[in-house]
Unconditional design. Structure first.
Lengths: 508, 359, 369
């Protein structure tokens, strides 16, 4: 384990306090730093043949594996210390000897300043200070309560690996490494957050990553100036190209296999400690429409399911708006029978269609939000109550038309087919804008709205990659089109996505 | 990061899309100029002429690969001439853009929003188009490509379904063709290849130059095929006699789209929606290139902000113009002049450049 | 820079908000009234419009409102209806327009109505059209028990007849195209039939004027010449050797030969009918007899030829209406010769030799011998 803090000098305290020769002084300054922090444990031991050497072990209670320290360090130091001749030897020789011969722990590191000691302690290591030595020893002892590797709840698949990331970055990296046993898979550690000092890892495969993207990501992460990172979404927001945009420009996943496949495509994966969600950059429009299950099922059915997803896309965005436009502006678009039926069903409804649509969409959003906040068993009840009771009774009360209920329900269902949660949230929000546009201008308003949406999507970039690629250059990148709306056979997918390979293409 | 270059194929789709909008605009004049359904011959002739003209133009573009026609002429001609060429292009773009805008908003008004004031529709389109034009070349190129995927291709596919109960013998008689009419309508047909003028500007922004010039030629071929196909479609559906009567033959064709089991009854509105996106993209493109030609003519560094000058001008022209059908009687001479100038200016510049090269 | 951007955005938003608060065209679907069928009868100076509007009500039973008004033209009619109703009148779902006999006989009115339909951006050119025998008002007023909305009844019926090639045209668009190409059109005729309506005959329209009617068999034989691939002859009843027999034609193939030398036009149709036997006598073996079959063929050909000849004769001499669209063919395939006789085409057509040569092949005799 080699921590690489060079990148983050900016966020570190620049003052340095040397470790004193006098152990008591060191203890005092440490106690001063950790004033009122009762979870810090100071353990003084006397080692050596005659119990002459004073030592101090400091660690944070709860973040260390106590067994390892007591069994392989403390025990050895107290009982079997063979430091016969060193008791009086000066300065740091004793320290070297201790770390080389007495501590049976895999990872040991020399620490030079008190600040370093504090940093290590706070990340769960145990620090050993020895009287007369001006250096400290870090004993690797990280260990804290950890969630096991479970299936991610938000991205469940019928077929595919059941493991998911958890809150420990190291575990997450391991899960990815296990899938790509290539020395070219690089993992760069860095620390972000002036207070939280959150560990982050930038992962990529050296020879297929787009260097421009990698540079952009590294530069942006370096420039993050924030107090604390509590979730990877903080990072996402800090490094995305246009944070005013509704559309997510960084993909995220809890599935190691999805992360691995992103790496193999040549993308960059950013793992953040304390977060089960890793970030994938760059993310383009079509990548939000892909699910890893597409690749685990047989290709032909996957093709069709993916196409169905693309059918769902306009439904989520446009269907309520179309309802408004058709009933308010262009009833002649409907087949005559249906037009008459709709007119008849609307006969006693007091609200105009746009209000009806907005109202029902609001209800659906309320139900969704409510069921999200409540535990699962109650949540499904809320869904039932919301869907059945409110829909049914408001139709009976003559507040809305049955057609509106159908449309809103269809929209809600369609929104669940979008694999990426944050993407489908975006689409749902856009829907409201479309309803209002349709209420003002009918289909013309929808078309104008679509045009604005297209313009916006075309200006968006994700780490320098155009968001709408490969569609925005569909003739050049026609080989990429294969894996957008359809899912080709794995045999035919040997080529890396072209839009990511700008660097390589020019090089060749 | 701030790479404003486009790819050759993005370039060609810009050219094709712009040309398509003008083709459907000019279709009624081509239909009515000629006695008999042989307008496609004049389209083919115009395409051939332009194809031949591409050779000197390409040579010119190859030599000055980073320059637009205005900056080339700045180098070659005295200030007065180059200024006038620049002003001509600004004027031409503004006029064609506002005609497109006017005609298009008129269609929307008649077909979709009968009581909505025309100016509201024009403003709504202009503001959105201005937003895009300010964003720069790459955005425009991306938008165009997406518009081709989500609007132009579905639009053309839908239109094919209108041949239900159509009479294919309507494309006859070919012989004897009305030669005079065909010759007369070549300028009309030529103006339909509006991309030819755009090309003088867009080529300077293309990233991969070598391939681009070859692909440029392809634009003429593809555009000509589209043009002829649309012409024939109208003729097949209505017969030449009825087609001549129509103000917007294209929209009228849309009324006959008959897709079995299609949910929507009046398909012309659906078609119009696609066309909104297509025409709208064209207006974006044209506004962008007006900006660009303003930038080159007035030698400023920034072009995005010209859109704020452009929007009021476009709005005023579009509001002042009469409807397209009212213009038909007066439109002939301006169209002859425009298409002649569009065709000749690049050739003139190319010729001058070559002469200079010899000396 | 940022400030300018913000100001621009706010300005744009404000203008948009001001401009966009119109919703000028928004009329809710239930606040409209849809004309389904309009009948037009000519009165002395004005036109009498009879409109059918399906009543929008919840529940399954269908009702309609019918009202008549005297106006000068469609626009006038809409305006008055607008003033007479609590809802917005909309012609966007118009199914069928029925022209009264008198209206159709007056070319000026006929033209005016056609022009108005063609010009209107709202009304679909695909609106169906038919001509009423008698008054259009009566047709619209007919209470059909099975389908209370006449507009829908007629529309469905016309679509069916066109698909099965019983009638040449069904939409207004086709009528206008045919009238433009050749000056003639054959428009379906709707008649009262007991309590319901029927469409059997067709009206001969020449230069926007109703000249007369064609009987069912006549329509059938014209359809055979116009659209042989889709045509069918449902039933030919003949007598051979004192035995009655019915055959029907299932497949028709035709070649056409047009010749124009000077003023002399001769048109030859060569038609092969592939037939099957519909009805005969059970147990009779005559169908296996070659002579008998030849006789059957002879008889039936004679019968068809007679009808066809008389129909063509009627077209040539009674109506002088080129419903066979020979003119169109001449224009397309013999343009140079055609241009010489273009002005006096009617005479040329009247004097033309139009011959139909039939051949028959009995393909099947059904499931029993």
């Amino acid at each position: 384990m080699s921590e690489n803090n060079n990148n983050n000098t900016k966020n570190q305290n620049t003052t340095k306090t040397n470790i004193e020769k006098d152990l008591n002084k060191n203890e005092a300054s440490l106690r001063k730093i950790f004033k009122n922090a009762d979870d810090i444990v100071f353990r003084k031991i006397e080692g050596g043949q005659n119990q002459k050497i004073n030592m101090l072990l400091v660690y944070v209670d709860g973040m260390t594996t106590k067994e390892a320290i007591s069994e392989y360090a403390v025990q050895n130091l107290m009982m079997n210390m063979n430091l016969e001749n060193l008791e009086k030897s000066p300065d740091n020789e004793i320290l070297n000897a201790v770390s080389k011969t007495n501590i049976a722990i895999l990872e040991v590191k020399t620490l030079l300043t008190l600040e370093e000691c504090v940093d290590k302690m706070l990340s769960g290591e145990t620090v050993l200070l020895i009287d007369t030595c001006t250096k400290g020893i870090m004993l690797s002892s990280r260990g804290w309560p950890m969630r096991g590797v479970q299936e991610p709840a938000a991205e469940t698949l019928i077929r595919g690996a059941r493991d998911g990331f958890n809150e420990t970055m190291k575990v997450n990296i391991t899960l990815i490494r296990r899938r790509i046993r290539d020395p070219k898979l690089k993992v760069k550690y860095t620390q972000v957050g002036s207070r939280s000092k959150t560990d982050m890892a930038i992962m990529y495969i050296e020879d297929i990553v787009n260097k421009t993207v990698l540079d952009t990501v590294e530069k942006r992460i370096k420039n993050i100036d924030i107090e604390a990172i509590l979730e990877s979404s903080y990072v996402e927001e800090m490094i995305e190209d246009d944070s005013y945009s509704l559309f997510p420009q960084i993909e995220n996943t809890e599935r190691p296999d999805a992360a691995a496949s992103a790496l193999l495509e040549g993308r960059v994966v950013i793992a953040v400690d304390n977060t089960p969600t890793v970030l994938i950059a760059p993310a383009i429009f079509v990548s939000f429409m892909q699910s890893s299950e597409d690749y685990y099922e047989r290709w032909l059915p996957s093709c069709i399911t993916r196409m169905i997803r693309y059918v769902a896309l306009p439904i989520v965005m446009l269907l309520p708006a179309l309802y408004v436009a058709v009933t308010q502006f262009h009833p002649n678009m409907l087949p005559t029978q249906l037009a008459l039926y709709v007119a008849a069903s609307r006969a006693n409804v007091p609200f105009p269609p746009y209000f009806e649509a907005l109202l029902m969409e609001l209800v659906i959003e309320l139900v969704r939000e409510a069921s999200m906040r409540i535990t699962t068993p109650v949540g499904s009840t809320i869904g039932l109550v919301g869907g059945l009771v409110i829909g049914q009774s408001s139709v009976e009360a003559g507040l809305i038309t049955p057609l509106a209920v159908i449309i809103v329900a269809l929209t809600a269902i369609a929104s669940f087919t979008i694999p990426s949660y944050n993407f489908s949230t975006t689409l749902r929000m856009i829907r409201f804008a479309f309803i209002i546009l349709a209420a003002v201008f009918g289909l013309f308003g929808i078309s104008i709205g679509l045009s604005v949406l297209i313009i916006h999507l075309c200006t968006l970039k994700s780490c320098g990659i155009p968001y709408m690629s490969p569609l925005s250059s569909f003739i050049e990148d026609r080989s990429d089109l294969k894996d957008t709306i359809i899912r080709p056979r794995i045999k035919n997918m040997v080529r890396k996505p072209k839009y990511l390979q700008a660097e390589k293409e020019k090089g060749n | 990061m701030f790479n404003q270059d486009i790819t050759p194929y993005q370039n060609i789709s810009i050219l094709i899309l712009v040309s398509f909008a003008f083709q459907s605009l000019l279709m009624p004049s081509i239909l009515s100029e000629i006695d008999g359904p042989v307008g496609w011959i004049s389209i083919a002739a115009a395409a051939l002429l332009l194809y031949l003209a591409m050779k000197p133009v390409n040579k010119l573009m190859e030599k000055h690969s980073e320059d637009t026609i205005i900056s080339i002429s700045n180098k070659l001609f005295p200030k007065f001439i180059s200024r006038s060429i620049g002003l001509y292009y600004i004027f031409m773009f503004l006029i064609s853009n506002s005609i497109l805008l006017k005609d298009f908003s008129e269609q929307i008004k008649l077909m979709m929003l009968f009581k909505t004031p025309l100016s509201t529709i024009i403003i709504a389109i202009l503001l959105t188009a201005g937003y895009a034009a300010k964003k720069g070349m790459q955005t425009i190129a991306n938008i165009t490509n997406i518009a081709v995927v989500i609007a132009l291709i579905p639009y053309l596919l839908i239109i094919v379904f209108s041949t239900y109960y159509a009479d294919y013998t309507n494309i006859l008689p070919i012989y004897p063709a009305d030669v005079v009419g065909v010759a007369k309508s070549i300028p009309f047909a030529m103006l339909g290849f509006f991309g030819f003028s755009i090309l003088m500007f867009s080529n300077s922004r293309v990233a991969i130059k070598e391939k681009n010039l070859m692909i440029n030629k392809r634009f003429i071929v593809i555009s000509a095929i589209l043009y002829m196909a649309c012409y024939l479609l109208i003729v097949v559906k209505f017969g030449i006699k009825e087609a001549v009567n129509m103000v917007w033959p294209f929209i009228s064709v849309m009324k006959f789209v008959n897709i079995p089991g299609f949910f929507f009854e009046s398909t012309e509105i659906v078609g119009l929606c696609f066309q909104i996106v297509v025409t709208f993209t064209c207006i974006c493109i044209l506004s962008y290139f007006t900006n660009l030609s303003m930038q080159e003519t007035f030698k400023t560094r920034e072009n995005g902000y010209f859109i704020f000058i452009q929007i009021p001008i476009l709005y005023l022209i579009a509001a002042a113009l009469p409807g397209m059908y009212m213009m038909f009687p007066y439109i002939r001479i301006p169209i002859y002049a425009l298409s002649a100038l569009n065709f000749l200016i690049p050739l003139l510049v190319a010729f001058k450049d070559r002469k200079k090269g010899f000396i | 820079m940022k400030k300018i951007k913000l100001i621009i955005i706010i300005l744009a938003a404000v203008t948009l908000a001001m401009v966009l608060t119109g919703c000028w065209d928004s009329v809710e679907i239930n606040k409209r009234e849809y004309l389904f069928a309009v009948g037009i009868d000519k009165e002395k100076d004005t036109l009498k419009f009879t409109a059918e509007i399906p009543k929008i009500n919840e529940g399954s039973e269908e009702q309609r409102i019918i009202y008549s008004m005297e106006n000068n033209n469609f626009a006038d009619f809409y305006n008055t209806s607008y003033l007479h109703s609590d809802k917005a009148i909309s012609d966007r779902l118009m199914q069928v327009i029925v022209l009264g006999e008198e209206t159709a006989k007056n070319p000026e009115t006929f033209k005016k109505i056609f022009d108005e339909i063609q010009r209107s951006p709202q009304m679909n050119r695909r609106v169906k059209i038919c001509i009423a025998k008698g008054k259009a008002e009566d047709i619209i007023n007919t209470e059909i028990p099975s389908n209370p909305i006449v507009g829908r009844f007629l529309s469905d019926m016309l679509v069916k007849l066109k698909r099965e090639s019983y009638q040449d045209i069904y939409t207004f668009d086709e009528a206008i195209l045919h009238l433009g190409q050749t000056g003639n059109a054959m428009i379906p005729v709707v008649e009262m039939n007991d309590k319901s309506l029927k469409i059997e005959r067709a009206a001969v329209i020449k230069e926007y004027e109703l000249l007369g009617f064609l009987e069912t068999e006549e329509v059938e034989s014209i359809m055979l010449l116009l659209n042989p691939t889709k045509a069918n002859i449902k039933n030919i009843n003949i007598k051979a050797d004192e035995k009655t027999l019915a055959i029907g034609a299932v497949d028709v193939s035709m070649t056409e030969d047009i010749d124009l030398t000077g003023d002399k036009l001769s048109v030859d149709y060569y038609i092969t009918l592939y037939c099957y036997v519909d009805s005969f006598i059970v147990g009779d073996d005559s169908l296996a007899d070659k002579n008998f079959m030849n006789k059957v063929k002879e008889e039936s050909l004679k019968k068809i030829s007679e009808t066809t000849a008389s129909t063509i004769d009627k077209l040539q001499h009674t109506y002088r209406a080129d419903l066979l669209r020979i003119k169109d063919d001449l224009y397309k395939f013999h343009k140079q010769d055609y241009e010489k006789i273009m002005d006096k085409y009617d005479e040329v057509f009247e004097a033309a030799h139009i011959n139909v040569h039939f051949k028959m092949d009995i393909k099947s005799i059904g499931l029993v011998k």
